[in-house]
Design a protein around this ligand. Structure first.
Ligand SMILES: Cc1cc2nc3c(=O)[nH]c(=O)nc-3n(C[C@H](O)[C@H](O)[C@H](O)COP(=O)(O)OP(=O)(O)OC[C@H]3O[C@@H](n4cnc5c(N)ncnc54)[C@H](O)[C@@H]3O)c2cc1C
Length: 411
């Protein structure tokens, strides 16, 4: 019999990956304890959802709250060239007329809180203010975790499966030497929040804009949030942002980059910055495997991909759902080996790799307008990726066309 103090599954981290895994395991009648080191609501970057999150959000039973919530509706994404020229918008519904094509721009304080509350409603024993210090291993198998609470009380908790959903500060990746840095995507980001920035009308009001900077060296995201706040951030090679500059001051670097982005300047004339600048050295990485005996990695604790197409939360939700189903099946069969817990890994990594290829295409000078003009059938394939429908092989017909439509920036 399982005692209350020993859950079957321990989840480390209460972000989207952790709450998804925990909720879906608990939904299927298994005991789950989730440890989150912070107290929610807490700040987190990463506000733009993409349409394919719909299916996991539906399984989580959280769509009614999202529909009734404060979040800005997102129907499209639009690219702005280094000269400030707008591409044709990618309206998700034009391609896929289904309710999933409308998604949201979310403030993570509120979104992650909704997800955590929802996990609790499904029976997850979620404990905030408790940090996991280490994953306990015996004979190569994860057998539990050691935690410390805000009063300094330490505890060892044993379980059948440990899910590492601790985001970029995941515990297992480096402990087991699994981290593989992306050889190409060595980017960094600086961002802040602005009140009163330009906003389109109607179904364009919640569009994400991706605006290139001069020489296509980097790009700005422009994400309209509720209360007239816009999230604006620049992503560029780490060396470009932080090396060979007279200043290390985030505001000064950000201002210099804004001046290099013709698409952005008219949109923020008259807007007021309402938050400090923040930065991330967000080199992309992934683990060499998704699971081992008694443990699974989900979300950023498995891997992080450049945020160009806003794929982070989709990947967190998708990996969380795939891991949850593998955990439940494994517990039912009494098999929580690496093979049982990680059976979803190859298909998931193939999807992530498709998203990565389009990210790399953008940085290699892919001209989306030219690609779509020259090859009409490329548009649905690109849209598949932009909505996050990446876990299917037919998209791979796109790659030769992408190669042909690259226009590297003049040096
Ligand atoms: C600059 C930037 C822009 C981005 N923009 C977007 C975007 O527009 N759209 C998008 O979808 N994604 C975006 N992302 C990615 C997105 O933020 C992440 O992919 C997403 O938050 C991953 O969710 P997660 O649950 O894996 O991790 P997290 O959201 O990081 O959650 C991990 C949780 O674990 C907790 N934790 C950590 N260590 C411990 C511990 N030892 N014990 C207990 N708890 C612990 C943390 O407090 C945290 O709450 C962006 C990322 C960056 C860096």
């Amino acid at each position: 019999m399982i005692r209350a103090s020993h859950p079957e599954v321990v989840v480390i981290g209460g972000g989207p990956a952790g709450t998804t895994t925990a909720t879906l395991v608990a939904q299927q009648g298994r005991s789950v304890r989730l440890y989150e080191r912070e107290r929610f609501p807490r700040y987190h970057v990463g506000e733009s959802l993409i349409p394919e999150t719909f299916w996991v959000l539906d399984r989580l039973g959280i769509l009614p709250q999202l529909r009734g919530g404060p979040f800005v509706e997102k129907h499209s994404v639009q690219f702005v060239s280094e000269q400030g020229r707008l591409s044709e918008p990618f309206y998700f519904a034009d391609y896929k007329p289904h309710e999933s094509s409308q998604t949201w721009q979310v403030t993570r304080q509120e979104f992650d809180q909704l997800m955590l509350d929802n996990a609790r409603r499904h029976g997850v024993d979620a404990r905030e203010g408790v940090r996991v210090l280490e994953v306990l291993f015996e004979g190569g198998r994860a057998v539990g975790v050691r935690t410390v609470d805000e009063a300094g009380f330490e505890e060892e908790v044993r379980c059948r499966v440990v899910v590492d959903a601790a985001g970029q500060s995941g515990l297992i990746l480096d402990r087991l030497g699994l981290r593989q840095w992306d050889p190409v995507l060595k980017k960094a980001a600086i961002w802040s929040y602005f009140k009163g920035a330009a906003r389109e009308q109607g179904r364009d009001a919640g569009a994400t804009l991706v605006m290139q900077t001069a020489g296509k060296i980097g790009w700005f995201w422009y994400i309209p949030l509720q209360n007239d706040i816009t999230s604006i951030g620049v992503v560029a090679p780490f060396d470009h942002l932080f090396k060979n500059r007279d200043t290390k001051d985030l505001e000064a670097i950000f201002t210099e980059e804004m001046a290099r982005c013709p698409g952005l300047q008219p949109r923020i004339a008259g807007a007021e910055r309402v938050a400090p600048h923040r930065a991330a050295k967000e080199y992309s990485y992934r683990s060499s495997k998704v699971a081992g005996d008694g443990w699974v990695l989900v979300g950023d604790a498995f891997g992080f991909l450049d945020p160009l197409y806003s794929s982070g939360i989709l990947l967190a939700l998708k990996s969380g759902a795939l891991a949850a189903d593998a955990i439940v099946a494994g517990l039912e069969r009494g098999d929580v080996s690496e093979a049982a817990l990680g059976s979803w890994g190859p298909g998931y990594v193939a999807g992530l790799e498709r998203m990565r290829q389009l990210v790399c295409g953008f940085y290699d000078g892919l001209n989306f307008g030219k690609l779509v003009r020259d090859h009409g059938h490329a548009k649905p394939l690109i849209t598949d990726i932009l909505i996050g429908d990446i876990f299917k092989g037919d998209i791979d017909a796109l790659w030769p066309l992408v190669e042909a439509a690259k226009e590297p920036a003049a040096v």
